[in-house]
Design a protein around this ligand. Structure first.
Ligand SMILES: [Fe+2]
Length: 341
């Protein structure tokens, strides 16, 4: 009798155990209360549809993706230079300037994280394009004055000594630069300084820095105006002063350099054929699925604003963290062409 009960108990238990292992949570909830109480708790298969291998593979994939993206953003993208080419149609472009070429370099940000070797490589890339002119639109250094002279000398040796004229304006970081290496931590975010050090270094290197002024390029009887403004954010931005000698009523082409594109909507009525800006770094780090133009309307690329045309270059250097993501460093190459009739 005892043996019979033992066998009967064992069979019931194993059947219940077997059935419980195949039950889903929904099935268990629907069981009569008596049978539910009989279920061995340790064997209720609440994880019937979970696959441990899948979880391991998912974690492995996330880890590999993270390492790959971090390597790309820190080791590849910051120095993966893109040369962009643009034909700029200009109404009444004088024949002497048909096909006139300009290279724009901006936001070089020479610093401890943007080396002179890297920037020299950028300058050599610019020279190989054989432009008629190089335009620099600010932010040559970050934080420290000591970076100004070496960079200016590199521009002189690589570009100016090759016979290519260079025109420039200052950016906000060229004014914020009086911190020594040891005082950065003490001063925190308190920036100071002025643009004098960078202005002086560039000028001594043979670069024409336009501080709210203009120059005219002349080929035979044809003329093209270059206008440059001090930085809007940290300098003395004064477009009226820069335009003082520019004949706005005539049809001579007018090109404006200003580091920060922010004022473009308030000055577009002047009808600039091309305004060159930088400052944004193309956001430097752009995340997928996040709208890239939050808070910044003119982030990168070509824009038609009122009667003017604006180009915002992503620049060559970085600030803050030595990485870029989905915004490669850029050298912009422009060719002036007559507008179609
Ligand atoms: Fe910058």
């Amino acid at each position: 009798m005892i043996v019979h009960h033992a066998i009967n108990f064992w069979c019931n238990y194993t059947n219940l155990l077997k059935s419980s292992m195949d039950l889903s949570v929904q099935e268990i909830i629907c069981l009569p209360i008596d049978e539910y109480r009989k279920l061995p708790l340790v064997n209720i298969n609440l994880t019937k549809n979970r696959n441990p291998k899948f979880l391991h593979r998912a974690l492995y994939a996330i880890g590999i993706s993270g390492i790959t993206l971090t390597s790309y953003a820190t080791l590849i993208a910051p120095q993966w230079i893109e040369i962009t080419e643009h034909d700029i149609p200009i109404d009444n472009l004088p024949s002497s300037f048909h096909g006139f070429t300009i290279v724009q370099l901006t936001d070089l940000h020479h610093s401890s994280i943007v080396t002179l070797d890297y920037l020299k490589a950028c300058l050599w890339k610019a020279v190989r394009l054989q432009p008629d002119l190089v335009m620099l639109t600010g932010d040559y250094i970050t934080r420290h004055k000591k970076y100004a002279v070496p960079l200016a000398q590199a521009i002189q040796e690589i570009i100016i000594d090759m016979g290519i004229p260079v025109y420039a304006v200052l950016g906000n970081h060229d004014h914020w630069n009086d911190l020594s290496e040891t005082s950065v931590g003490q001063l925190g975010n308190r920036w100071g300084g002025d643009g004098e050090t960078v202005f002086s270094a560039l000028t001594k290197a043979g670069i024409r820095v336009l501080m709210n002024e203009s120059v005219v390029l002349q080929r035979r009887a044809d003329r093209l105006w270059l206008i440059g403004c001090d930085d809007f954010l940290s300098g003395d931005f004064n477009l009226d002063k820069a335009l003082k000698y520019v004949p706005m009523s005539c049809n001579e082409p007018r090109l404006l350099l200003m580091h920060n594109p922010y004022p473009i909507e308030s000055i577009a009525h002047h009808g600039f054929d091309l305004v060159l800006s930088g400052h944004t770094h193309g956001l430097q780090v752009s995340l997928p699925f996040v709208p890239p133009k939050i808070g910044r309307k003119y982030l990168a690329g070509l824009f038609h604003v009122g009667q003017s045309r604006l180009y915002v270059c992503r620049g060559l250097g970085v600030i803050g963290v030595p990485l870029r993501f989905m915004t490669r460093p850029e050298i912009a190459y422009f060719r002036l062409v007559p507008s179609p009739a």
